[in-house]
Design a protein around this ligand. Structure first.
Ligand SMILES: *[C@@H]1O[C@H](CO)[C@@H](O)[C@H](O)[C@H]1NC(C)=O
Ligand SMILES: *[C@@H]1O[C@H](CO)[C@@H](O)[C@H](O)[C@H]1NC(C)=O
Ligand SMILES: *[C@@H]1O[C@H](CO)[C@@H](O)[C@H](O)[C@H]1NC(C)=O
Length: 249
């Protein structure tokens, strides 16, 4: 009798632990059936409905991401090639106003490609800059801001499914974010130690050569954005089993 009871107790405890480990998906996350013929459309709608959560990073008590698209912290960027520029503590505001233009997903091998458009973003950083444009050797340090309009961004994610406590989860293996197009305008405050006329003229010249500037600065920004996307996707898919995101119906 005693052993029966203890076996019963052990089974009960095992079930209890299993239930606890099996995290429930945050209620704010809309799910899409994996085998639906309209999976891509379903996901576009689901992401749209989740915009408030994506904007704040708060999906529910068991899923609070440190990434929110209202204000994205890019961190420090340093480039030292044709342009010598440091952008420190850079952050971007307004990414949460994105709209999905296109989405492709293969839910079996987890691969997803999304093109989003973002109408307007503002960015801020501390800078130091040295840029020799032939006629003009621009230099300075201080506050920098920029605006990025009509931006298109391509995001690619891939992952593998793996068992955790007997339940299938998704591990994100790679995340890539590329800025496909967008009108960038920058303003560097305090160029030439804040001699205003020179500062204004230099900013004009920089914006006339904005494609060169983009070519130098976008790649490291994209690298950091890719890391941020990896972090966000990992936090989301770590929070619940794969089946709960993409049930088979
Ligand atoms: C969003 O993230 C930024 C950068 O990490 C942070 O400064 C800001 O406080 C966050 N906003 C919210 C609402 O959590
Ligand atoms: C941003 O990328 C640079 C390299 O380009 C790296 O040194 C820096 O640590 C990154 N910052 C963040 C927040 O990932
Ligand atoms: C960028 O900086 C310039 C010069 O300091 C200022 O006039 C402008 O309002 C700033 N833009 C934003 C979005 O803060």
């Amino acid at each position: 009798m005693k052993t029966h009871f203890s076996i019963f107790l052990q089974i009960f405890v095992v079930i209890l632990i299993a239930e606890n480990n099996r995290a429930a998906i945050a209620p704010s996350i809309k799910t899409c059936p994996r085998n639906s013929p309209n999976l891509a459309e379903c996901l576009i709608k689901a992401v749209d409905v989740m915009k408030p959560q994506i904007s704040t990073g708060y999906y529910g008590p068991n899923l609070i991401s440190d990434v929110n698209l209202t204000r994205v912290l890019i961190g420090d960027i340093a480039v030292n090639r044709n342009i010598n520029v440091k952008l420190l503590g850079m952050y971007i505001v307004g990414m949460n106003n994105f709209k999905i233009e296109k989405l492709r997903i293969n839910p079996e091998k987890f691969k997803i490609e999304i093109i989003v458009s973002i109408p307007h973003m503002d960015g801020f950083a501390k800078y130091s800059l040295g840029w020799n444009l032939g006629i003009f050797a621009i230099q300075g340090a201080g506050d920098e801001n920029f605006s990025l309009d009509n931006t298109k961004v391509l995001m690619k994610l891939s992952g593998t499914r793996y068992p955790r406590n007997g339940v299938e989860y998704l591990k994100i293996d790679s995340a890539e974010m590329t800025i496909k197009s967008g009108n960038l305008r920058v303003y560097f405050d305090n160029l030439f130690n804040g001699q205003k006329a020179l500062e204004k003229a230099a900013n004009e010249v920089i914006n006339q050569n904005i494609e060169l500037f983009k070519g130098e600065v976008f790649p490291p920004i994209e690298q950091n954005l890719s890391k941020i996307l990896l972090r966000l996707a990992t936090q989301i898919f770590d929070s619940a089993p794969y089946e709960e995101f993409f049930p088979i119906k």
